[in-house]
Ligand binder design. Structure first.
Ligand code: CA
Length: 645
């Protein structure tokens, strides 16, 4: 059918049918990267854009630059595009160079407002057109094709079909079910380091509508993750933005590349675990697809920048004049940081016991008084712990929120993060008499993704406390004082673990369910990602093994966690029979009753029902009926029971 229509259009019949007919082949002025490349003569040639529109499968457009080259049409006025077509360069490398190429529309000739119309999912064909249908309500005057990186924009023929009209924003194209993040920089300049901000227009499309469009900048971020061809970035809007369903309104956001993590969800699952431990702040994260200057870059994770902000690390932001009295007591946001010595002097310190600490806020390490205050505060906590003063009143616990640190530790242990003590965040608010641990961050090499510790479950005790895991300076010694030497540290860690297990917040079933849910959500995006980055069967970064498929990656996570929970039950002396969660069958005297799909209390008193993932699904006094079958945790007063419907 498509072929027949196309032949008719190519024959010129479309011109006689008039421009109003939907699906008309569109004419325009060829535009694109000026410096082309002619492989036949092996040299640069100017302005050969017409080669993609000459109806000849044997001529093709190519650019001198390896990446961000493009070719397209100025249609003279906006058109609603209904179909796009492409044909490959007529030799062996041609077809593959079209894969994951993006076709975009814009109404500004600099393409700063460009958004996607189509992504070419497979290799192209030589000597014939392939077509894709476009469902976009918005009209564009400028349309173009941008190949993936290093493909030099090789394309033999490019066609656009559509009708004139400006249209509207009601139905825009996103690459998959996930939000699409589009970053267009001035002159398509590529971010190249962590210091220089490149000016950009940033657009987020979700539910086929514009979620956010605002000016800002982009630059690289991260440490180890920057070495990969798929780069991690930091976005900074000129003005604070509410994006997607993130709680914070903020300028800075991060795009994590998840290159070595081929499940693409290690950070997402780790953050879910942190939420189940009720950590005070867990960074926002959302899987997204990313396009930079028209190039498809893959599946990323859009996250909070971890910083002081009302809905992030929620502490008072210090001013330089806050140098005495109460004002000097906070807020401070710091990182025990194995990379601290790469920071400028005055923005980090070694504590008294040789732990390197970077001051994240106040900016630039604060003024001298502030710098000294937090350095001395941290050192004092260490000193008390090292000298065995564990008192809540006069010891380290008077200055340090041990519970937050133990939760942090348990998240590192369950996820098996070898870097948990290489980078550990802490914060202290003004007039708050304690330093708190958190948030958790960076789980790329966790969940058995690091050959140095693989298999984590064969290590005979806690990973973080073993010599196999990394530590920033002497930080592990300090952690040992809290988690091992302090007798309350042992009982607290067991209590917090048992509590999370008893409430059904941490279980193999629940986490497996969560991984399955994420894997469904990521299905389309991971498929595209691994077409762009075909590394599923390759060892990259710290990979100890390479499962053969994406679903095998996800199964690996589930199997790891199932065994890990067993191990931690053991290390943390968890005894389910003493847990306080009984099966309803064992509690004949229970006031919590079940009949068919209904849960109720004998005397009509208040009770609550939680799903196995910890969500509260009911609270009240009247019977809860028509519950879907599954496992529920029901609480009434001090009684908690587990019910399988
Ligand atoms: Ca051609």
């Amino acid at each position: 059918m498509k072929t027949i229509i196309t032949m008719a259009l190519l024959s010129g019949a479309s011109l006689m049918m008039g421009a109003e007919i939907a699906g008309n082949k569109l004419d325009g002025t060829p535009i694109g990267t000026a410096r082309g490349y002619n492989y036949e003569i092996g040299g640069v040639v100017e302005n050969i854009q017409n080669r993609a529109f000459d109806g000849d499968f044997n001529t093709y457009f190519a650019t001198d630059r390896r990446s961000y080259g493009w070719v397209g049409l100025d249609l003279g006025q906006p058109h609603i595009i209904t179909r796009v077509g492409w044909a490959a360069r007529n030799d062996g490398v041609g077809p593959g160079r079209l894969r994951c190429g993006v076709i975009q529309g814009a109404n500004s000739p600099d393409f700063l407002d460009a958004i996607p119309l189509y992504i070419i999912p497979e290799s192209g064909k030589i000597g014939e057109m392939t077509y894709g249908e476009v469902s976009s309500s918005k009209g564009f005057r400028y349309v173009r094709f941008v190949s993936t990186g290093d493909a030099r924009c090789n394309i033999a023929e490019l066609e656009f079909y559509g009708t004139p009209g400006e249209g509207d924003d009601t139905n825009l194209v996103q690459l998959t079910n996930l939000p699409t993040v589009i970053v267009n920089t001035v002159d398509a300049e590529e971010p190249y380091d962590k210091e220089h901000d490149i000016t950009a227009n940033i657009i987020i499309i979700n539910d086929n509508k514009i979620d956010t469009e605002a000016s800002g900048t982009i630059r690289e971020r991260g440490n180890a993750s920057r070495q990969f061809p798929k780069k991690p970035w930091r976005l900074k809007f000129d003005k604070k933005q509410n994006i997607l369903d993130a709680p914070a309104k903020a300028k800075k956001w991060t795009l994590l590349n998840n290159y070595g993590d081929k499940s693409l969800m290690r950070n997402i699952v780790a953050f879910e675990i942190a939420r189940q431990f009720d950590m005070a702040y867990v960074p926002y994260s959302r899987a997204v697809d990313v396009i930079l200057n028209g190039e498809y870059k893959g599946c990323y994770q859009l996250c909070d920048q971890v910083e002081v902000n009302a809905n992030r690390v929620n502490i008072t932001e210090m001013e330089p004049e806050d140098i005495t009295g109460d004002a000097l007591t906070g807020g401070y946001f710091i990182e025990v940081d194995g990379y601290a010595d790469q920071e400028p002097a005055g923005e980090w310190f070694y504590s008294r016991y040789n732990t390197p600490v970077t001051i994240k806020s106040p900016d630039d390490g604060g003024v001298t008084e502030q710098y000294n205050y937090i350095r001395d505060y941290f050192s004092r906590v260490e000193e008390l712990a090292y000298t065995g003063n564990y008192s809540e009143v006069s010891g380290y616990r008077a200055m340090f929120d041990a519970e937050s640190f133990i939760k942090y530790f348990l998240v590192q242990e369950l996820t098996g993060n070898p870097d948990g003590f290489w980078s550990t965040y802490f914060y202290k608010d003004r007039l708050d008499d304690k330093l708190h641990a958190g948030p958790v961050w960076d789980f790329d090499i966790a969940f058995d993704n690091d050959f140095r510790v693989y298999p984590t479950n064969n290590i005979s005790n806690f990973l973080s406390l073993s010599g196999k895991a990394s530590t920033a300076g002497n930080f592990r010694q300090f952690a040992n004082r809290i988690l091992v030497s302090d007798p309350n540290g042992i009982s607290d860690r067991e209590k917090i673990w048992a509590d999370a297990r008893n409430k059904g917040r941490i279980s193999a079933e629940k986490l497996s369910e969560y991984i399955d849910k994420m894997s469904d959500e990521l299905a389309q995006s991971q498929e595209l990602n691994f077409k762009r980055w075909p590394i599923l069967r390759e060892y990259v970064h710290m990979n100890p093994r390479v499962p053969a498929s994406y679903s095998a990656e996800c199964d690996f996570l589930k199997n790891y966690l199932t065994t890990r929970i067993d191990r931690l039950d053991d290390y943390l002396s968890y005894d389910p029979t003493l847990s306080g969660v009984d099966n309803i069958d064992d509690t004949a005297e229970s006031e919590i009753k079940v009949a068919g799909d209904t849960i109720y209390t004998a005397n009509g008193s208040q009770f609550s029902i939680y799903a196995i993932d910890g969500r509260k699904v009911y609270e009240g006094t009247t019977p809860a009926s028509a519950l879907p079958s599954g496992i529920y945790i029901v609480t009434k007063g001090k009684q908690t029971v587990k019910i399988a419907l």
